[in-house]
Design a protein around this ligand. Structure first.
Ligand SMILES: C[S@@+](CC[C@H](N)C(=O)[O-])C[C@H]1O[C@@H](n2cnc3c(N)ncnc32)[C@H](O)[C@@H]1O
Length: 277
């Protein structure tokens, strides 16, 4: 009797499993067209959003940087002041009393006003949509010998020779870089001996006692920021990477940068400094 009951239960569960599979198959075949349409829509939205992300990021950067933000320009003026004291390692440029600068992640070209007259400027950026904004901007600075953007990332700069530049500049770039150590290795390779790397980066909040909430918000919204601003992370700390990269000296300060709007409050903690090869 008990054995019979057991057999009946096993049969019953096999039947209900078979019924379930049948129902699932029929649901899929009934809804196949709808499933295909939904998947195609997702694919299209992803393609539109990600396909245009870099284009509109360059436009947003153009809008954010087209007008001078005086408070930030003052900080930069101070930061870049020592550029005018650098003597080029290149005998030809030294004779002309000018230097060669490489700017990585140049964007729209916001640092032109801070480069000494006659500087030879080479720039790279992986986003080709910055080109037109950069070209329009560089026309305003005939005192600088600049070239068009080389479209590449900071870790792939084979076109720039070893020991060939006096100065490397990067402002607000490392937050978007995945392989920071490789970019720093490239900077060391292209800098002439004694050459200088000028950096300004927004970083994770560093005064956790006073501004713990900002740090929490940076952690919470970094993924969203990264989606909106082409990979920019709010909570990275790049000083340890710079310190262990192999420069002969690193002089850096953490500070709170002026920001043009409260929207950018999460980018106020900043790092600036000069590293020497
Ligand atoms: C926030 S924008 C800053 C632009 C400009 N340096 C400034 O101070 O306004 C970040 C820039 O870094 C560039 N970038 C992103 N990833 C990069 C990488 N791996 N190597 C070099 N530049 C990169 C972006 O295309 C963009 O131009």
């Amino acid at each position: 009797m008990e054995e019979n009951e057991g057999n009946n239960m096993a049969e019953g569960s096999r039947d209900s499993q078979a019924d379930g599979e049948k129902m699932m198959k029929s649901w899929f075949s009934d809804n196949l067209i709808s499933i295909i349409i939904v998947l195609a829509l997702f694919w299209l939205i992803k393609k539109i959003v990600f396909g245009t992300q870099r284009r509109w990021f360059s436009y947003v950067m153009h809008l954010c940087t087209k007008d001078e933000f005086v408070q930030l320009e003052e900080v930069k003026k101070d930061h870049f002041a020592s550029l005018s004291t650098i003597v080029s390692q290149d005998p030809q440029l030294r004779k002309q009393k000018v230097i060669k600068i490489l700017e990585i992640g140049v964007g729209t070209g916001v640092n032109f006003p801070h480069y000494p007259d006659g500087s030879h400027l080479v720039v790279v950026d992986p986003n080709p949509h910055f080109q037109s904004y950069f070209d329009a901007n560089r026309k305003k600075f005939p005192n600088i010998h600049s070239e068009g953007i080389i479209v590449t990332t900071g870790d792939k700069m084979e076109m720039i020779s070893d020991n060939s530049v006096d100065v490397v500049v990067m402002t607000l770039v490392l937050c978007s870089v995945d392989n920071i150590d490789e970019v720093l290795r490239e900077i060391l390779r292209v800098l002439a001996p004694g050459g200088k790397y000028y950096f300004m980066e927004h970083i994770a909040e560093f005064d956790l006692k006073k501004h713990w909430l900002r740090r929490k918000l940076q952690d919470a919204f970094s993924w969203l920021w990264s989606f909106i601003f082409d990979g920019c992370r709010l909570n990275c700390d790049v000083l340890p990477n710079i310190q262990r990269a192999g420069f002969s000296s690193v002089d850096a300060q953490k500070y709170y940068a002026p920001v043009p709007s409260v929207i950018f409050d999460l980018e106020r903690p900043n790092l600036k400094g000069i590293a020497v090869k």
